[in-house]
Write a protein of this length. Structure first.
Length: 401
């Protein structure tokens, strides 16, 4: 069941970041330049070291993760004969809030900058789900007499949309220091959303029968549109220091007004046992779906605070703090601290690495590199989630030019 669910999530998932940001564990608020500046801090478009012109032909990234199992655990248990120790290890790997599953991917369609101006068009989306711990306990150990299994943490949400962002950075001089402010305006075209408004389910096994009930209220749509804003600030208080902040997705929301529907479903198991299994009134279900005019979904607001320092001409380090306003397939209200470094002694082969803690993924370890030859280049980034290599519970990867 878990395997098939992961495959489904991998096929229907979208998100947006950049290969360089991934390689630096997203410690990128003051380091982002060119087309990346428009998405991480538009104020960086005002800096003197911005590129005169940049154009991105390829920009793709993807992620798949969970909060319970590492790759090594998956390889160990899937398809194996499980004893009681194995079963307990599997259940104990899942938090009391359930097994969280997350997948996302992003695709840059058109991205370019000309001086302080930038335009970015990207496809974005994601899906997250939570499988209650009780599901695994039932599957591995069977029904426990007298225990009520509560599946209230069961959850799933998916969304996909495209955004077109126009950004501008204006240079400033504050107390003699190079500074800049930036802003971006975003048009959002929604493609699909499905989310539960409320959900509950439980199951009880007595000595006489199985009793259970559940209900869900959900909304979905196949089209909508919205708008959003970004603002940022950057300052170089000393020759080798850069500090900055950005508020991304200000007032961003999507009004879903195409194919908008609200649905409701419920089921009830009334004293199911072997003597009554053939009766039609044992399991009762009902559902309806109705069209609604529209509904709105808020996109999470991000606060990014960052600083970077150039130890040498070829070594830069960066530290970022990121805070999102809501939990979503893209974000967590838990703050995130990121640390990244970039080594450019070989100008044609920059090397990058990073660490982060908190946020949606928890701890991450990142690495990546670039390739710059004859005025053209590309970047590759990897971000291991919850561990390193086979100890990781997820992986993000990105490639762009």
């Amino acid at each position: 069941m878990v395997t098939s669910f992961l495959v489904v999530m991998q096929l229907f998932s979208f998100w947006a970041t950049s290969a360089k940001s991934l390689a630096l564990s997203d410690a990128y608020t003051t380091l982002a330049r060119g087309t990346d500046a428009a998405r991480f801090n538009p104020a960086n478009l005002a800096l003197k070291d911005r590129p005169r012109f940049s154009f991105r032909l390829i920009g793709a990234n993807a992620a798949l993760s969970n909060n319970g199992f590492s790759i090594s655990q998956y390889n160990k248990y899937v398809g194996a004969d499980l004893d009681s120790i194995d079963k307990n290890n599997i259940v104990n790997s899942i938090s009391k809030d359930g097994l969280g599953l997350l997948a996302n991917m992003g695709l840059g369609v058109i991205e370019f900058t000309a001086g302080p101006f930038a335009l970015s068009i990207r496809g974005i989306g994601g899906i997250q789900a939570t499988l209650p711990r009780e599901i695994f306990e039932l599957a591995l150990f069977g029904n426990e007499l007298g225990r009520t299994y509560n599946f209230g943490t069961l959850d799933a949400e998916g969304i996909s949309y495209a955004s077109a962002t126009a950004s501008y950075g204006m240079p400033l001089t504050l107390a003699g220091y190079e500074s800049g402010i930036g802003m971006g305006f975003r048009y959002i075209q929604g493609f699909f959303i499905a989310r539960p408004e409320s959900l509950s389910a439980n199951l009880l096994t007595t000595e006489e029968a199985i009793i259970g009930n559940g209900n869900i209220v959900y909304r979905m749509a196949t089209g909508g549109r919205g708008f959003g804003f970004d603002i940022g600030f950057v300052n170089k208080p000393a020759e080798k220091w850069t500090i900055g902040m950005a508020l991304l997705n200000l007032f961003s929301s999507i009004n879903w007004n195409k194919g908008s529907k609200e649905g409701w479903a419920e089921f009830k198991i009334d004293s199911l046992n072997i003597q009554r299994i053939d009766r039609e009134d044992i399991v009762i279900s009902d559902s309806y779906t109705k069209s609604i005019k529209s509904f709105k979904s808020q996109l999470p607001l991000y606060l990014r605070l960052g600083g970077s320092y150039e130890f040498f001409e070829d070594l830069r380090v960066a530290l970022d703090y990121t805070q999102a306003s809501a939990n979503s397939p893209f974000s967590s209200k838990r703050p995130r601290i990121s640390f990244g470094l970039e080594y450019t002694r070989l100008g044609w082969l920059p090397l990058r690495g990073g660490l982060s803690f908190g946020g949606k993924e928890g701890s991450t370890f990142s690495c990546g590199m670039g390739l710059n030859i004859g005025g053209f280049g590309g970047n590759l980034g990897f971000q291991y989630i919850g561990g390193i290599f086979t100890g990781a519970k997820g992986l993000k990867m990105g490639i762009d030019n």
